[in-house]
Ligand binder design. Structure first.
Ligand code: TTP
Ligand code: MG
Length: 355
């Protein structure tokens, strides 16, 4: 019987900021850029009471909660704290799958007192970083994830599958990963709104309406079944850095300068994480929201800012945006650790990959 935990930091970016600005504790705080089109990355729980959430446009957030204090994001600080948290997790549990800066799955199978042990892990994180987290424990990743989210902040929820089915029966079906707004809408048209309702639809009916793959997935999700293992060998897929201009830009020189600045930023984060990229891409969003991406894979891995910038600028020039540009981004993918990049190909397979 598998026992899996999902741990997720509470209001992560804001909490990191509050440690540097303790005078702001208890106040509505948002972490967001200052451009007129910036969005909120995190809102403190005080600000969430006013309806401010992740992805709320910052300008709208200021209207919802005029007294909210805005702090500009400092991603390298969040990455540094994240690395310390993941290190603590690995000290306690052998098998840790990092899925984002502030969340991870832990395989606790065979552990006698999983909840008490996770409480100790959370206590260690708090002691060493000053930050609070929530965790959920269940027989699979799906239930662990739902459990970690359902009593935030400082949630400590352990559920069997039966208890989880009962607890989430009335929850909206889109709470389940894999059910996006479109699928949720199609389900609603069939009068299926909750996890419980979806779970009681015979699987055959779902496959008839949604096709075999999605139909089966929907049924399994609603029954809270998930066989995916916790795996620490999740190679980092990509890193990117992008920016939305305050007003649309047609000037190619300004676009190129921005690409260089973003390449700089990206190079710094690759260096912090000890990664090199073989594929460099650019993303351009035009004023009519057309989004175009172009990428090229280089024969040798790149880490430095100049290497990233020269490929990215070439890609931008060869595309030649036909309309004013709203957003540009630079992306690095086909990532490998900087050490692995200098090791002959056949030896790389045996190197442990760490996200
Ligand atoms: P989450 O864990 O989704 O959110 P959170 O930690 O801020 O709050 P909660 O207590 O509900 O877990 O995301 C982790 C961090 O990722 C978050 O602090 C900021 C960042 N983030 C964004 O930049 N944009 C987004 O849309 C979301 C959801 C998160
Ligand atoms: Mg979080």
């Amino acid at each position: 019987m598998a026992i899996i935990a999902h741990l997720d930091m509470d209001a992560f970016y804001v909490s990191v900021e509050l440690q540097r600005h303790p005078e702001l504790r208890g106040k509505p705080v948002i972490v967001a850029g200052s451009s007129p089109r910036a969005v909120v990355t995190t809102a403190s729980y005080e600000a969430r009471r006013y309806g401010v959430a992740s992805a709320t446009p910052a300008a709208h957030a200021q209207r919802l909660c005029p007294q909210a204090i805005r702090i500009a994001p400092d991603f390298s600080a969040y990455r540094a704290v994240s690395a310390r948290i993941m290190e603590i997790l690995r000290r306690h549990v052998e098998l840790v799958e990092v899925v984002g800066l502030d969340e991870a799955y832990l395989d606790l199978s065979g552990m006698l007192a999983p909840r008490a042990n996770m409480a100790r892990v959370a206590g260690d994180i708090h002691e060493q970083t000053g930050l609070e987290c929530s965790f959920g424990i269940g027989p699979n990743k799906l239930i662990a994830k739902l459990a970690s989210d359902c009593e935030k902040p400082r949630g400590r929820v352990m559920l069997t599958r039966e208890a989880a089915l009962e607890r989430f029966a009335g929850a909206p079906a889109r709470l389940l990963p894999g059910i996006g707004p479109k699928t949720a809408q199609r389900l609603e048209a069939l009068d299926i709104r909750t996890v419980g309702q979806l779970g009681s639809v015979p699987p055959g009916e779902l496959t008839t309406r949604f096709g075999p793959a999605l139909g089966r997935l929907l049924h399994r999700r609603a029954r809270l079944e998930d066989a995916s293992p916790v795996s620490s060998e999740r190679p980092v897929v990509s890193r990117s850095s992008e920016t939305t201009f305050p007003t649309n830009v047609s000037d190619l020189a300004l676009l190129e300068a921005t690409i260089r600045r973003l390449s700089d930023e990206l190079a710094r984060s690759l260096r912090d994480e000890g990664l090199r990229a073989r594929t460099v891409g650019v993303k351009v969003r035009l004023d009519d929201f057309t989004t175009v991406t172009r990428a090229r894979t280089e024969p040798a891995p790149i880490q430095g800012s100049d290497g990233l910038a020269s490929t990215a600028v070439e890609l931008l020039r060869s595309y030649g945006p036909p309309r004013p540009v709203r957003l540009v981004g630079v992306r690095a993918s086909s990532l490998a650790s900087a050490e692995a990049a200098s090791v002959p190909e056949e030896d790389q397979l045996s190197l442990p990959l760490r996200p």
